[in-house]
Write a protein that binds this ligand. Structure first.
Ligand SMILES: Nc1ncnc2c1ncn2[C@@H]1O[C@H](COP(=O)(O)OP(=O)(O)O)[C@@H](O)[C@H]1O
Ligand SMILES: [Mg+2]
Length: 375
C-alpha cells in the first residue's frame, strides 16, 4: 500500500470568523478521504497560538464545530529540505517530529485569508491549499481587488476609496468628492472586512458622515460605492486547465432587510434564500461564469475562490463585487454546494484541492532559490 498523504487541517484563527472556521473545518475533517489522507488537526486559538489536537479526541467530540483543547501541545512548522514541513513542539524537543505533506487552511477573515497565514506556510516551505500570499492579500482588499478587476476589463461599480487620515483632515472635502462622483443611494464599507460588518446603505447625504465614521472604526480604508438595485449572484471557481467554473447561484436577502446585512447573514433564520442554480437565462449564466473565470485569473488566485457579482435589476449588467479566497466550507456552504451542483461532490472536491496544492508545490520546487553570478 502506498503511504498516505499527511494533511494538516488548520482551523480557528485570530479572526472575527473564528467560529465559522470551527464549523468549516469540522466538515472538512469529516469528509476527507481517509483511504488517501492522514489528518492532523492544528488549531490556532484567538490569541494566535498554534496547537496540535488529537484527532481521536476530536472525532469523539463529534460536534458540528471543532473543539480546541486547551492542553494540546503548542506547535510550530519547520521547513525540511524535501518540500515538506515538520511539526515541532514549541518547547522541548520532539522525539518524533510529525511530517506534514500539505496544509489545508480552513479559516476565514483577516490574518487567516489575507496572506498572513499563507506567509507563515511559505516560510515553513510546505504545500498548502488555496491562494498564495499575493492572491490572498488582493482578495482581502476590496479596493485593490476592484482596481485589478477594472484593469482586466471587468465591470465594476463606480466607487471612491478614502483613507482615514485624509478623510479626517478634511471630511467636508471628501463628502463633496463623493457627491460629485456618485448618486444616492451609496454603500459605505470597510475595505478589509467581510460578513457585512460596518457596511451601510446611505439614502440621504446627511447620513454619509455617520456611516463613514462607523466604517472607519473597522478599517483605515473605506469604500463609498454606487448603490444599485441588485440581484446577488455567486460562482465557485476551481483551478484546472481550463479553470472549472460552477453553475451560478443567487442569494435572495429577505426584503425586510435593506440589503444582505450582517443580521440577514447570521442572526435571522429567514435572512435569505438561495437559488441554485440562479434563475438566469443561458446567456447570463455563460456571461457570469466567464466573468468569474476572468476574475480568478486577474486577481492571482490559485486552488479555489468564490466570486460574487451584482446583477443590476434595471440595466441588466453584471458587476464584479468581491472574491473570497477561502470561502465557507461546511457541507452546506455555497462554495461546496455550487461545486456539488456542477458535478463535483464534496469529498472529491477536497481531494482535488489537495492535489492542486501538491502540484503547485512540485512546480515551485523546480525553481532556483539561489543565484550565483557566473559571468
Ligand atoms: N453597490 C452596492 N449596491 C447594492 N447593494 C450593495 C452594494 N454594495 C454592497 N451591497 C450590499 O451589501 C452587502 C455586503 O457588501 P459586500 O461588498 O459584499 O461586503 P462583505 O464583504 O461584507 O460581504 C452585499 O451583499 C449587498 O447586499
Ligand atoms: Mg459580500
Amino acid at each position: 500500500m502506498t503511504e498516505k498523504i499527511r494533511v494538516a487541517v488548520l482551523y480557528g484563527g485570530k479572526s472575527g470568523e473564528h467560529e465559522v472556521s470551527l464549523q468549516s473545518a469540522a466538515s472538512v475533517i469529516q469528509h476527507l478521504d481517509r483511504d488517501r489522507f492522514d489528518v492532523i488537526p492544528i488549531s490556532i486559538d484567538k490569541q494566535g497560538k498554534w496547537q496540535w489536537n488529537d484527532l481521536r479526541l476530536i472525532e469523539e467530540a463529534k460536534g458540528r464545530a471543532l473543539p480546541i483543547f486547551g492542553d494540546a501541545p503548542e506547535m510550530r512548522l519547520s521547513p525540511q529540505a524535501d518540500g515538506r514541513a515538520a511539526l515541532l513542539p514549541v518547547t522541548g524537543s520532539a522525539a518524533n517530529p510529525r511530517q506534514i505533506d500539505v496544509v489545508f487552511p480552513v479559516m476565514h477573515g483577516p490574518l487567516c485569508e489575507d496572506g498572513a497565514v499563507q506567509g507563515a506556510l511559505e516560510l515553513a516551505g510546505v504545500a498548502y491549499v488555496g491562494a498564495g500570499v499575493l492572491g490572498s492579500a488582493i482578495g482581502m482588499d476590496k479596493d485593490i481587488a476592484k482596481r485589478l478587476a477594472l484593469f482586466a476589463g471587468l465591470p465594476v461599480l463606480p466607487y471612491l476609496a478614502l483613507a482615514k487620515r485624509d478623510y479626517e483632515r478634511d471630511p467636508a472635502r471628501w463628502v463633496q468628492a463623493v457627491r460629485e462622483k456618485l448618486t444616492l443611494p451609496v454603500f459605505v464599507k470597510p475595505c478589509n472586512m467581510g460578513s457585512s460588518v460596518g457596511v451601510h446603505k446611505v439614502k440621504q447625504w446627511e447620513a454619509l458622515e455617520a456611516a463613514l465614521q462607523d466604517a472607519f472604526l473597522y478599517d483605515l480604508k473605506v469604500l463609498v460605492e454606487q448603490g444599485i438595485d441588485v440581484r446577488e449572484i455567486e460562482v465557485a471557481v476551481l483551478e484546472g486547465e481550463p479553470l472549472f467554473t460552477s453553475v451560478a447561484s443567487e442569494i435572495n436577502a429577505n426584503p425586510k432587510h435593506e440589503f444582505y446585512s450582517y443580521e440577514a447573514k447570521y442572526l435571522d433564520q429567514d435572512g435569505a434564500t438561495v437559488d441554485l442554480p440562479a434563475k438566469l437565462d443561458a446567456a447570463q449564466m455563460e456571461r457570469v461564469r466567464q466573468l468569474a473565470n476572468d476574475a480568478f485569473v486577474a486577481l492571482e488566485c490559485s486552488g479555489l475562490a468564490r466570486v460574487d457579482f451584482f446583477l443590476d435589476r434595471r440595466g441588466g449588467d453584471f458587476y464584479f463585487n468581491e472574491i473570497n479566497t477561502l470561502p465557507g466550507f461546511t457541507s452546506i456552504s455555497m462554495y461546496p454546494k455550487m461545486m456539488e451542483a456542477s458535478g463535483l461532490p464534496y469529498r472529491e472536491l477536497l481531494s482535488r484541492l489537495i492535489e492542486l496544492a501538491l502540484e503547485k508545490q512540485a512546480r515551485k520546487h523546480g525553481l532556483k532559490t539561489d543565484y550565483q553570478d557566473q559571468l
